[in-house]
Ligand binder design. Structure first.
Ligand SMILES: Nc1nc2c(c(=O)[nH]1)N[C@H]1C(S)=C(S)[C@@H](COP(=O)(O)OP(=O)(O)OC[C@H]3O[C@@H](n4cnc5c(N)ncnc54)[C@H](O)[C@@H]3O)O[C@H]1N2
Ligand code: MOO
Ligand code: MG
Length: 667
């Protein structure tokens, strides 16, 4: 049986999420649990009665935090906003009706109001999930109803055998009530006790009945992230679980499907495009028998000796049927790339010949001596010897590089257009009342800051070969932000905003996405530095298209925005554009100095270089890697992938190897 049971306690209540201090159910559940040493409450949060927020939180807690037990309190009743069972049920792999029944049967003995709870329970992955009603009394009664079997249930959920319990049960079950704590199983007669089965949640209003209307009214129009929430009542804890980086990346990539393909002419506009078809040569290269050298076309069997020069073939277009025929005992002057006269079987380079006789004015060679013997076929490029007609020269999925190989081959084989994946268009919107255009020509007023995010991200996008739209700057007003994001989504495949995603009262992006644009926020916080509040959402296409649009809410701090753009947005753009390898390549490099680890896994800006002896080294751009200091991006060609600090490992010492993502060119 698990020696330690890691628990998440989730209060589900609009009221409590507005004012977590008023939450009494969550804390009392924590106290009940922690009264037993085996339970360790690892995470506690208040979220509103919001289907998506509940699902997101429970999913993340079960899947990311590897908790043994998640217990929620609230939202199980008949209230119009109560939706805990509806949100939790679809997340469960297996329901546990016996547990729900046990809780119900005990509660109903205490009060008939227990019938107003629609609580569910079950197993998601390896996590046991319980939903309790929203009052400290109900929480206590429900917990006590299952306290004895809970460790065993959790053990079985985790693949345990339950051996210990079965041994304990050898003597048969104890008579009901004999081991009960004082009052545990005594039926209650007081119908008006604070059971709160889904009604009003009882937060901070000790002694209210389960029909507490004022509480219901208060939560009917408010949610934790509501745009109307007054500042003093805003959430003091983020409702978005901190998820690990790998999970965040996987969640982005799950949502990205390559764009459809289009026919494009073969020219430099193709650079960076991904082929969506195999390309077959429609012409042979070369299309005629061509000389590899400047010299003389000969019949190899004639051998060395003096020969009359009876023809000239200079590389140029020749009209059909006009090519000369070489007769035995004759040779023809020929230039590199010239068409071989009919009958010629080899070419002798000019250096291996000697002029014997020329015309009086020297304009014509009449007799030339072939000095060396040549083999049949020597210095001749046969028809199709480079590429044959019908040969597959490029494969679906291949990227048209800027090096030139692909465009060169396409141009040479008579293919004029190719099917390539459409290139995504990404829109950039800076947000913030304090943010002004970097080139506005005005001195900054107190509190203003120049927009460095848009120029940076646009430059990086252009260099990566993607199309972009500059969506300007939106002030921190719900209306302006909503309309700017919406219009961006109408025109782009991805919208990237910077700023407004953390915990301030001006951080409006997340509530706008959820409440105004119907978005699904896949994550709103990541355990990483920089970039903790990075947000990713899918938004229904405002143009009515079937495919949702992608939306990244990057943090406002310039380094956070730049690093998360490289880590998330560019790979997503590459996947959208059809790249099979869309993640950054990484390299292990020797760090040239000691590095202190942060508690969050960190992406330090760094320079990877190759020493004259061929050793690959890496050096941080700057010791002070604060996320506002754009100077830490100077010269960076890589991001050092540093793990979070642990008791065992607090730093990396000079000489150790560390993984580095190569986001720029090696120096
Ligand atoms: N109570 C908490 N506060 C903050 C937390 C937290 O967990 N709890 N997280 C911090 C972290 S980490 C980051 S990163 C930032 C992210 O903030 P936001 O994304 O909400 O961004 P803003 O508040 O709008 O701006 C932050 C910072 O960046 C400057 N900025 C914004 N846009 C631009 C731009 N286009 N160009 C240049 N600089 C820009 C802005 O003026 C602010 O100084 O939140 C922490 N807070
Ligand atoms: O996560 Mo923030 O990006 O450290 O400053
Ligand atoms: Mg902020």
């Amino acid at each position: 049986m698990a020696s330690e049971i890691r628990v998440g306690v989730l209060t589900i209540s609009d009221t409590a999420s507005l004012d977590p201090v008023s939450d009494t159910s969550g804390p009392s559940l924590c106290r009940l649990l922690e009264a037993e040493p085996r339970y360790k409450v690892q995470i506690q949060a208040c979220v509103p009665d919001d289907f998506k927020v509940i699902q997101r939180t429970v999913t993340a807690w079960c899947d990311e935090l590897d908790l043994h037990l998640v217990v929620s309190t609230g939202g199980t009743g008949f209230g119009v906003r109560d939706c805990t069972p509806e949100a939790v049920l679809p997340l469960l792999d297996r329901q546990t009706p016996g547990i729900s029944h046990l809780i119900f049967s005990k509660s109903i003995q205490i009060t008939p109001f227990a019938a107003l709870s629609r609580a569910v329970s079950g197993i998601r992955g390896q996590t046991f999930v319980l939903t309790f009603p929203g009052s400290p009394k109900a929480v206590k009664e429900n917990f006590e109803a299952v306290a004895k079997i809970l460790p065993h249930a959790i053990d079985l959920t985790r693949g345990g055998t339950g051996k210990k319990l079965h041994e304990k049960m050898q003597g048969g079950p104890r008579p009901s009530g004999t081991a009960a704590k004082d009052g545990e199983e005594k039926p209650r007669t007081d119908d008006k006790h604070e059971h709160g089965h889904g009604h009003g949640h009882g937060h901070g209003h000790g002694g209210h009945t389960c029909f507490h209307h004022s509480d219901r009214e208060a939560r009917s129009d408010a949610s934790s992230l509501s745009l109307e929430t007054p500042v003093s009542r805003r959430l003091r804890k983020s409702p978005y679980p901190l998820i690990p980086m790998d999970r965040a990346l996987a969640s982005v990539m799950d949502q990205v499907t390559p764009l459809p393909s289009v026919e494009k002419p073969v020219n430099e506009e193709l650079i960076g495009a991904v082929l969506d078809e195999d390309v077959v040569a429609v012409e042979a290269v070369p299309g005629y028998r061509a000389s590899v050298l400047d010299g003389y076309a000969v019949i190899d069997t004639d051998g060395p000796g003096e020969y009359p020069v009876t023809a000239v073939s200079i590389a140029s277009a020749v009209s059909e049927g006009s090519s000369t025929k070489l007769l035995p005992g004759h040779i023809a002057r020929i230039t590199t790339g010239g068409a071989l006269p009919e009958g010629a079987t080899a070419v002798v380079m000019v250096e291996d010949t000697q002029l014997i006789k020329s015309s009086d004015d020297g304009s014509c060679e009449e007799t030339v001596k072939i000095l060396a013997k040549v083999r049949n076929g020597e210095a001749i490029r046969e028809i199709g010897s480079d590429v044959q007609v019908g040969q597959t020269v490029l494969k679906k999925g291949q990227v048209i590089s800027a090096v030139g190989g692909e465009i060169g081959v396409l141009a040479s084989i008579g293919v004029h257009t190719v099917r390539v994946r459409q290139r995504p268009v990404v829109g950039f919107l800076s947000t913030g009342n304090e943010v002004v255009n970097h080139d506005n020509g005005q001195p900054l007023k107190m509190g203003q800051i120049r927009d460095s995010n848009r120029p940076t991200l646009i430059a990086a996008t252009k260099a990566a070969g993607f199309d972009y739209l500059d969506l300007g700057i939106a002030p921190d007003s719900p209306e302006a932000l909503e309309s700017a994001v919406k219009s961006g989504l109408q025109k782009c495949d991805i919208v990237v905003t910077t700023g407004g995603v953390s915990m301030g009262e001006m951080d409006l992006l997340k509530p706008i996405l959820e409440q105004k644009l119907g978005a699904t926020i896949h994550f709103g916080r990541i355990m990483m530095k920089p970039g903790k509040p990075t947000t990713f959402a899918t938004v229904p296409d405002p143009n009515g298209g079937a495919q949702p649009k992608l939306m990244f809410g990057l943090p406002g701090n310039p380094v956070s925005a730049t690093v998360t753009f490289h880590l998330f947005v560019l790979p997503a753009l590459r996947k959208l554009a059809g790249y099979e390898k869309y993640m950054w390549p990484s390299i292990n490099a020797e760090v040239t100095h000691d590095v202190r680890l942060d508690e969050r896994p960190e992406y330090q800006r760094a320079i990877v270089s190759v020493t004259p002896e061929g050793r690959i080294q890496v050096q941080s751009t700057d010791k002070n890697q604060m996320s506002s200091r754009m100077v830490t991006m100077l010269g960076a060609n890589s991001l050092m992938v540093l793990p979070g600090r642990t008791a065992e490992m607090s730093g990396v010492t000079a000489g150790q190897k560390i993984e580095c993502l190569l986001i720029g060119k090696l120096v």
